[in-house]
Design a protein around this ligand. Sequence first.
Ligand SMILES: [Zn+2]
Ligand SMILES: [Zn+2]
Length: 248
Amino acid sequence: MEIQILGSGTCIPSGRRGSSGYLVTLDSTKVLFDCGNGVTWKLEKSGENYLDIDHIFITHMHPDHNADLIPFLFATKYPAENQRTKKLYLWGPQGFCSFLKSIQDIYGNWLNPGNTEISEMDKQEYHFDEFNLSTIKTGHTENSLAFRLDSKGKSMVYSGDTDYFDSLIDFARDCDVLLIECSLPDRLKRKGHLTPSDVIRISNLVNPGILVLTHMYPVCDTENIYEQIDKGTGSQVILGEDFLKLSI
Ligand SMILES: [Zn+2]
Ligand SMILES: [Zn+2]
């Protein structure tokens, strides 16, 4: 399993970090988690073809996690040389179908590339040929989700946006990679997001193989959140960066 960060930032423009997007490549399946602004372009910049994506899973309905569905679907509609031949599966939380319908109403047929299946995720477990996908509601918005992908004995968990909540621990326990949001330093703690102290608490309960920090507001890059977290947890810690790749 290869995991690539396409956007380790938030809604705040930053020369270093773009909005959320994470590409997971399995033997013959490509899965995109979130599609925040800039992600479609970054797929190409990292040598991927947007037409190769099989599934897009959206954690929640904030623009830094889904705004690039507009250029993604528009590009998919465009009659390119290598037009999309396989089906595209779009998944999101409750409200996702009406969200997509609303933007399709605005942009008309340009955002309706055909050969797509759109689903709201109302189950905790989904089984696909090469992977299993689990969902859990997070402490961020009413319908926000976190995802766990298990494939061939390896596992990655993506927290989405969230505050601390107890059931995240069992959900993520002993995963190989935990992509965890760390939005703000402790002194700027805001409800619905994590800070280094929260991340340390979660990491020490979950015991991930690798803890990857992501979804960082620009202020995080001026304060030593990496050092604070690295000191506080026994897991290997990686400071997420756009285009960073990990293989497990
Ligand atoms: Zn966000
Ligand atoms: Zn959010």
